[in-house]
Structure formats: C-alpha cells, structure tokens
Design a protein around this ligand. Structure first.
Ligand code: SF4
Length: 328
C-alpha cells in the first residue's frame, strides 16, 4: 500500500572540515492522508532536521546521505530544486515557530496571500481575493476584509500565526509540517493555535507533522508520536499509548518532566545529563549515560527499533520485553 509519505532509513549528515557528522541516523516512518504525527525530543534530537529534510530545506553543509523520502510515490530526496519548489507550497506547506520567518514585513497580508496563490495556481485577481478571504475565515480571523490591507506588525503574535496557517492552507496541501508552531505564544493563544491546527487537519483531511520538544503539545493534536534521541527514533506508537504507558526510559523521562505528570510525584522530574552534541554521541545506546536502567550491553551495542506486539509500538531498548516489568 502506498502511503502519503514514507521515510525509509533516512540518514542526514553535516559535512564539516574535520569530517562528516550524522544528525539523523536511519529514521523511518509512514504517514497516510489526514494522519497527524508528532516528532518529539529535546533540542538536538534531530527532529527539525528530519522535518526539514522532507521539503529539502536542510541548510548547507547538511545533506541527505542515504535513504528514501517517498511522497505521493516520488522520492523527494532526488528531485531537483525546481521540482521541489513545485511541491513546497503546493502539496507540502511549512509553518515555522516565528511567523515573521514566513511573513514579509513590507507587504500587506492581502498582497502576500495573492502572491502565494499566483505562485502556485492560475487565478484572476478577484478569485485570489475571494480565496484569501475564505481562508482567513477558515482560521477564524475576525474582520478578514480589514486584515487584507494590514501589515504583519499591525497584528498580534497569535493573529500573525493564524495568518501563517491560512497561507499554508491556500494551496490545499496534502501535508503540513509545523515546527514548534505555538512555542513563541502565550499559553492561552498556544492552546487556540493547536486547536485550530487540529480542526483544520480534520476538516481538510490534511496530514500533519508536528515538531516539538513538548509532549503536552503533541498529546493535544497528534494520533502518533515518534520520540527522537540523538538522531534516532527510540519509541514510535499511538499518542495515547506512548503518553499513558511510556516504555523507553527516555520517553519516561520526558513524561516525568511534564508539569502535573501522574508519574512526577514518584520520581525526580528531570532527566539527568544533557542530549549529546553531534560530536559526542556515545557508542552503543546513545542514551546510556543518562539511563538508570543501563546494562553492560548498552555501552557498546546500538539497540534496534523493534516492534513489540504486546506494547503495540516500536521501541529501541535492550531491555526488550523486560520493559514491561519496569514501572515508570
Ligand atoms: Fe537504557 Fe540500555 Fe535501554 Fe538504552 S538500551 S535506554 S541504556 S536500558
């Protein structure tokens, strides 16, 4: 069966003067039409690089060293820039943390929306305006006619992010990749933006990859979670299962660190140590210096990501079935 998106063993490296460093190491996952996946992990886990690789936006000296990124049957890793531009904004849209990365401060909202529409579709000026207004209504922008003539600096942060979401939706993409879309906003507005993303993905049947360090955010919006650590997926399963019964010791650490976590009363709510840099990824299981369950084998043998029927998910840990016996 052909998935909407399928990453197969993707490896991304950065070519530096002293040698190549691996930022993403054999990542695989699939996404179907309308599905919502969260890519989660601390800073440096490789989640944003993975997300950017899908639309070929890895900044140099990064490059896709191997693997396939199949989208609607085409391998995006081997398209030229012109073919990729056609896919970006048409079939796949991106939403960044800072709306000002997307919005042009010297153009009105209307001009930017029309520019986006004309870049991807053949519309008359009236059709562009109608489509822009319709999309602003979809994202619940009050007084949409007035917004068309306003500049980004005249709007609040939450309103700007709604405009960015509206622009992302203009071309009816099959997939939206959102990188920390609500992190820069205050808590109330953050919840509104996440609700909006969820509502739109459901109503438009748009697939979503939500990249975030915040498990609480993914639990609100996604159906599936891929937890990343030092460039690898360490746990992949349904959001409900991963949040309620985390198996991998790193996932458990992230859950324990959530304020108000059911697990946090019994455990210190910080994972000791830090995510290793690309230059200092430990041998064996890269999480072993921080893991309270580490065994001798963990120091020198990389655990495979294996599917455990009894867990209903994939986990990369030498504890294997023994994960069942470890209470979080
Ligand atoms: Fe901990 Fe070993 Fe599992 Fe890594 S493989 S998470 S070090 S128990």
């Amino acid at each position: 069966m052909q998935h909407l998106l399928q990453l197969e063993d993707v490896v991304i490296r950065f070519a530096l003067r002293f040698g190549d460093l691996t930022a993403v190491d054999g990542v695989s996952f699939a996404l179907d039409k309308g599905q919502r996946l969260g890519l989660v992990g601390e800073s440096g886990a490789g989640k944003s690089v993975t997300g950017f690789s899908i639309i070929n936006l890895i900044s140099k000296p990064g490059y896709i060293a191997s693997g396939r990124i199949l989208f609607e049957g085409r391998d995006l890793a081997h398209l030229d820039e012109e073919e990729m531009r056609d896919i970006r904004g048409n079939r796949i849209s991106m939403i960044f943390q800072d709306p000002m990365m997307t919005l042009n401060p010297v153009l009105t909202i209307g001009e930017q929306m029309v520019e986006t529409l004309l870049a991807h579709r053949k519309f008359t000026e009236d059709e562009c305006r109608d489509r822009a207004l319709e999309t602003l209504r979809k994202v619940h922008i009050p007084s949409p006619e007035k917004r068309l003539s306003q500049y980004p600096h005249e709007l609040s942060g939450g309103m700007r992010q709604r405009i960015v979401i509206a622009i992302a939706l203009l071309a009816d993409p099959a997939l939206i990749i959102a990188d920390e879309p609500s992190t820069a906003l205050d808590v109330t507005i953050q919840a509104e933006i996440l609700d909006l993303l969820l509502e739109l993905c459901e109503s438009e049947k748009t697939a979503l990859i939500l990249i975030t360090h915040d498990l609480a955010v993914v639990s609100q919006v996604t159906e599936t979670i891929a937890v990343m650590y030092a460039g690898k997926i360490v746990e992949l399963g349904s959001t409900e299962a991963v949040i309620h019964t985390p198996m991998h010791p790193y996932t458990r650490g992230l859950i324990n660190a959530l304020p108000g976590s059911v697990h946090s009363e019994r455990r210190l709510n910080q994972i000791p140590g830090m995510m290793p840099s690309l230059m200092t990824i430990p041998p064996g299981c890269s999480f072993h210096p921080r893991c309270e369950y580490r065994m001798e084998v963990c120091r020198h043998q990389v655990p495979d990501l294996r599917y455990y029927e009894s867990f209903g998910r994939e986990v990369a840990c030498h504890l294997g079935e023994g994960l069942f016996g470890r209470s979080s």
